[in-house]
Design a protein around this ligand. Structure first.
Ligand code: SF4
Ligand code: SF4
Ligand code: SF4
Length: 302
C-alpha cells in the first residue's frame, strides 16, 4: 500500500501544481491506526498528507455532493465501489464528468475500523464476522474502478462468496407474515439517525422527503410504523440505483442489516429488468431501470 500512497501523493501534487484540479479528495490518517478518514487537499503541499491503507474504506464519491453546485475541478481517488458511486452521480446528473479527474485504485479489500476498535478496546466485545475483511468487501463484485482517468495497481479478482444472495434466498423461503415480523423486529431498533442516508451516494435528493415539515410525510418519533415508512421509501428509491457499496450498513450504529434489503432489491431488479448491476459502466444518457417512464409503458404509473 506504500507504493499506492506514494503514487497518489505524486499524482495529486502534479494535478494541483498544474492547476488541472482545484481540490483533490482522498484519505488521510486519523488519530488511531484503524482511523483513516476522507481528506481534501487544496495545495500541492497538502498532497503529502494523503494515504491509502487497509482502512481507506469510506466511499469518497459521496463527498462530491458537497461540490455539486460549484465550478471547481475535483481530483478524486476511487476504489471499485467509489467509482460505481461516481457513475451513480453522473447518471443522476449530479455532477459533470468534465469537472472530474478520477484516479482509480484497484482495491485489495478493506478492514472494518469499528471491528478493529472493538478488538483493541480491552472490553470483552464479541466481533461478528471477519475482522480482516469488512463485510461490504466480502460481497464486492467489482474491486476495480469502472471509470477513471488514470489507474494505479494491477486489476484484482473479486472475493465473492459462493452465493451472493444466500441470505436473501433464505428470507424468501419465509411466509409474508414471517418476513413482516422479521423486518418489524429489526427495524424497531432503528433510531432514525439518518446516518445510512447521509453515507449513501444514491441518496442525493436536494430536499429529502424525511426533512420536509410542510407537509410532514413521516413522523419524527421512532415508532415502528414511521421506521417502516422510512425504510420502505428508501427501498423504493434504491431499487435499480444502489451501487452496493455497503456504506449504509457499515455506518448504522445499531447494526441493522440494511444490505439484506438492498441485496433483495438488487436481486429483484436483476431478475425483472436485467441482467443489471447499478453503476458498473457509464454511458452518457443511460438511465438505470425504474428511473424512466414512457407513455406506452405496459404498467400504470403507480
Ligand atoms: S467494496 Fe470492493 S472496492 Fe469497495 S472497499 Fe470493499 S473490496 Fe474495495
Ligand atoms: S443508520 Fe441505522 S439507526 Fe440510523 S436511520 Fe439508518 S437504519 Fe436507522
Ligand atoms: S443504499 Fe447503501 S449500499 Fe446502496 S449505494 Fe447507498 S450506501 Fe451504498
Amino acid at each position: 500500500m506504500k507504493e499506492i500512497t506514494a503514487k497518489i501523493q505524486e499524482t495529486a501534487a502534479r494535478l494541483l501544481t498544474e492547476g488541472r484540479v482545484d481540490i483533490f479528495i482522498g484519505w488521510q490518517k486519523g488519530e488511531f491506526g484503524y482511523n483513516t478518514k476522507p481528506f481534501f487537499a487544496h495545495s500541492p503541499e497538502e498532497a503529502d498528507k494523503l494515504v491509502f491503507d487497509e482502512y481507506s474504506i469510506h466511499n469518497l464519491s459521496n463527498a462530491l455532493l458537497k461540490f455539486r453546485d460549484g465550478h471547481q475541478k475535483i481530483g478524486i481517488v476511487v476504489k471499485g465501489c467509489d467509482s460505481r458511486g461516481i457513475v451513480r452521480l453522473l447518471e443522476d446528473n449530479q455532477f459533470k464528468r468534465e469537472r472530474l479527474y478520477i484516479v482509480g485504485v484497484c482495491c485489495p479489500g478493506m478492514k472494518d475500523p469499528l471491528k478493529k476498535m472493538y478488538q483493541d478496546s480491552g472490553f470483552a466485545v464479541q466481533v461478528n464476522g471477519d475482522a480482516e475483511l469488512a463485510d461490504k468487501c466480502r460481497y464486492c463484485i467489482q474491486p476495480n474502478p469502472v471509470i477513471y482517468d488514470e489507474l494505479i495497481g494491477e486489476k484484482r479478482e473479486p472475493r465473492l462468496p459462493e452465493d451472493r444472495f444466500k441470505e436473501v434466498k433464505e428470507l424468501e423461503t419465509k411466509s409474508y407474515d414471517e418476513r413482516y415480523q422479521f423486518f418489524e423486529q429489526v427495524l424497531s431498533t432503528c433510531i432514525r439517525c439518518y446516518a445510512c442516508r447521509q453515507a449513501c451516494v444514491a441518496c442525493n435528493c436536494r430536499t429529502c422527503i424525511f426533512d420536509e415539515t410542510r407537509p410532514q410525510w413521516v413522523g419524527r418519533e421512532t415508532s415502528i410504523s414511521d421506521n417502516m415508512m422510512y425504510h420502505l421509501v428508501r427501498a423504493f428509491h434504491m431499487a435499480g440505483r444502489c451501487v452496493e457499496c455497503g456504506e449504509c450498513e457499515r455506518v448504522c450504529p445499531v447494526g441493522i442489516p440494511l444490505m439484506l434489503i438492498n441485496r433483495k432489491l438488487i436481486k429483484d431488479v436483476g431478475e425483472f429488468f436485467g441482467p443489471y448491476e447499478a453503476g458498473m459502466e457509464y454511458k452518457e444518457g443511460a438511465k438505470p431501470p425504474l428511473s424512466v417512464y414512457r407513455e406506452d409503458d405496459p404498467d400504470d404509473f403507480i
